[in-house]
Design a protein around this ligand. Structure first.
Ligand code: HEM
Length: 349
């Protein structure tokens, strides 16, 4: 079949005008988006795709059962051809994704891009951030090494401190009274099914809102008098994102080779390790827990999470009450507090 014949065949079977697709993709993007730190949203989207592909490959060999989980991860790491590489990429892309999502949220916060009418772009994004952290937590637990097991045990204990729903929620997470087979099945189902579905649905809404509102037009002091200039999303911005993606996969590969995903001791429910440490992105919560005590820490973190998700509305309320815009000082204080607690926990033995 000639090219023209093939095009005719496709056009009659899929009666969609290619011009319309191109023009719907071709959103004019403000010039500041030419720089990576202004368009950081595309990076976690790309990393999520990397996670989906490497995650599917890992699932071919992973066995979600306490007696076999650790062995299957060891098999992937030491015996399956390129298993160590796929696992390394999956582990590092997870860490990079958390960093990218946080940096994107910081840029959106400090440029005030969450304000009216983009409140729900923020709300969906903030829930995505929390989901990304739960992704990391459940993934870490699947390895079923000592720290995974005791991390999950501590997390379930923390949940019990939440008022009213605490105890039933801990039972639901553990799938029983203790961390074991029920917990692993639940974490696995969440990690490969529930969380990816929730994240994709939220991303569709998030990106739909970004497309509907357009990206905030930021004015910089240097050219404040000039009108904001634009360039086209397709193909210009898409090519930039593809370039960033190629650099990222190279960097991820280097990390997977230089700092390969390791394997600690196998989970032992009868021996509590001397030092239980969660992944670095939970350090601030862990240190806060040690400082404030279980009840206060769980309540205050729950409240902080609520304020974070609905921040655009709290921001407006604070502005109305004080007649001042306090978002930047509040943001700086919050970032410093999280950084201080993280570093403190990282340095502690
Ligand atoms: C997987 C996670 C995420 C993805 C893939 C994503 C994707 C994007 C993309 C592609 C944009 C367009 C502008 C840009 O690239 O900066 C954007 C804008 C935006 N995002 Fe996200 N995002 C994510 C998480 C978040 C989080 C965690 C927040 C906040 C807590 C957030 C809040 C926003 C807001 C308010 C905008 C509008 C910015 C503007 O108009 O300038 N996003 N997001």
């Amino acid at each position: 079949m000639s090219t023209r014949g093939l095009m005719g065949f496709l056009r009659s079977r899929f009666p969609v005008d290619p011009e319309k697709i191109t023009s719907s993709l071709n959103e004019p993007v403000p010039n500041h988006m030419k720089r990576w730190w202004w368009c950081l949203g595309g990076t976690p989207a790309y990393l999520f795709c990397v996670q989906a592909i490497t995650g599917i490959l890992l699932t071919f060999y992973y066995v979600p059962e306490p007696s076999a989980a650790y062995e299957s991860v060891a098999h992937i790491t030491f015996e399956v051809p390129f298993g160590w590489w796929v696992r390394g990429i999956h582990k590092w892309a997870a860490n990079f994704m958390i960093v990218a999502v946080v940096l994107h949220a910081l840029r959106v916060y400090f440029t005030g891009a969450y304000r009216k009418p983009r409140e729900f772009t923020w709300v969906t994004g903030a829930i995505i951030l929390l989901i990304t952290m739960v992704f990391g937590f459940t993934g870490y637990s699947l390895v079923y090494e000592q720290l995974s097991y005791w991390g999950a045990t501590v997390a379930a204990e923390l949940t019990t401190a939440a008022p009213l729903i605490g105890e039933p929620l801990a039972q639901i997470i553990r799938g029983g009274d203790e961390v074991g087979a029920g917990t692993l099945t639940r974490f696995f189902v969440f990690h490969i099914g529930v969380l990816p579905t929730a994240l994709v649905l939220l991303l569709v809404v998030h990106l739909g809102l970004v497309r509907a509102h357009g990206v905030t037009e930021l004015k910089f002091k240097v050219d404040a008098k000039k009108k904001v200039q634009h360039f086209s999303f397709f193909p210009d911005h898409l090519l930039t994102e593809i370039g960033i993606g190629l650099v990222l996969i190279t960097v991820l590969s280097c990390f997977a080779v230089i700092f390969p995903a390791g394997l600690g001791e196998a989970a032992d429910p009868l021996t509590t390790p001397e030092h239980i440490k969660p992944e670095w992105y939970f350090f601030f919560t862990f240190r806060w827990l040690k400082l404030a005590g279980l009840g206060t820490a769980v309540l205050s973190l729950g409240f902080a999470g609520f304020v974070f998700v609905f921040w655009p509305f709290f921001d407006r309320l604070i502005e109305r009450l004080t007649r001042r815009n306090l978002a930047v000082p509040i943001g700086v204080l919050a970032v410093l507090a999280v950084l201080a607690l993280t570093i403190w926990e990282a340095l502690a033995h």
